[in-house]
Ligand binder design. Structure first.
Ligand code: NDP
Length: 286
């Protein structure tokens, strides 16, 4: 039976450190502020934004949700983001994705000030990450790295296989693992003989978006399994990994829910605090 990597537990321990950081900032009269821009009525987005709001409230981070109509134009949304960029009480800005079809997603992502880009999606921050420089790291990959570190799993020299090459998960995670000296393979929908590749993995990360996609025959005995997927099966949430099967062969595995998800939210809090600290340093330097 595999060791369960309990994301909830790890997130609650990290929360204590984050709370200390917030207390230190408050001693300097700085209250970290996060603005979340939510466009339209996507039910999953509403749930995620609700979780983010709750986490901010629990930690004493000022949070604002800017709720905008589904029919908003790119120009109108750009005006909203410009205003948030200019506000001194808002340190972090997150635009909840996906956006409605009519909006120019890339232009909107690029309109967020790189200094407030707590999602780490701005091309400047993406570039810095790929150069191995200090920057805002996208929350899910950062959460996965924290989880591995917290669980005393050293990635150096290990073969990490990622299924999925999205800008949100797969690509930034590959950069982070590489920076920690893992040997990294990134798979996608055109990968030939996927199971043959995934069977080579010491650490297998599934970010596919297909429920129970990774089955026992795709996993090497003793592998470490990180399941990023969140898929609905009726009322139940399941990951991209067939947990019951894969648990039998893995040495460690994340559950869904309660694995990567709680860490993603905690890393958003951490990035918001980093943004507030950056601003404080800039103000001091003036
Ligand atoms: P995307 O849809 O952007 O990317 C999915 C990736 O999987 C693509 O690279 C795609 O390949 C690849 N893929 C699809 N089918 C196959 C296949 N048959 N074989 C191999 N590769 C395949 O998803 P995201 O990265 O945004 O998210 C992935 C999952 O993680 C989703 O379930 C999402 O809900 C979840 N998620 C969870 C988070 C959390 O906090 N726990 C945060 C973010 C996401 P190609 O590029 O060729 O199309």
């Amino acid at each position: 039976m595999a060791r369960i990597l309990d994301g909830k537990q790890i997130a609650s321990e990290l929360k204590e450190n984050i709370a200390l950081e917030i207390a230190k900032l408050k001693e300097q009269s700085i209250v970290p502020g996060l603005a979340v821009v939510l466009v339209g009525e996507d039910p999953a987005s509403k749930v995620y934004v609700g979780h983010k709001e709750k986490a901010c409230q629990a930690l004493g981070i000022h949070s604002e949700v800017i709720r905008l109509a589904e029919t908003i134009t790119t120009q109108e949304l750009l005006v909203q983001i410009k205003q948030l960029n200019q506000r001194s009480d808002i340190h972090g800005i997150l635009v909840q994705l996906p956006l409605p079809q009519q909006l120019d997603e890339q232009r909107i992502i690029e309109s967020v000030s790189p200094d407030k880009d707590v999602d780490g999606f701005h091309p400047i921050n993406v570039g810095l990450l790929s150069l191995g420089r200090k920057t805002f790291v996208p929350c899910t990959p950062r959460g996965i790295m924290e989880m591995l570190k917290f669980s005393a799993i050293d990635v150096a020299g290990k073969h990490a296989v990622i299924i999925g090459r999205s800008n949100i998960v797969g690509k930034p995670l590959a950069a982070l693992l590489l920076a920690q000296n893992a040997t990294v393979t990134v798979c996608h929908s055109h990968t030939v003989n996927l199971a043959q590749v995934t069977k080579e993995a010491d650490i297998l990360i599934a970010a596919v978006g297909k429920g129970r996609f990774v089955t026992e025959n795709m996993v090497k005995q003793g592998a470490i399994i990180i399941d990023v997927g969140i898929n609905r099966e009726g009322k139940k949430l399941v990951g991209d990994v067939d947990f019951d099967e894969v648990e039998q062969v893995a040495s460690a595995i994340t559950p869904v829910p309660g694995g990567v998800g709680p860490l993603t939210i905690m890393m958003l809090m951490a990035n918001t605090i980093e943004a507030a600290k950056r601003r404080a340093l800039c103000n001091k330097a003036k």
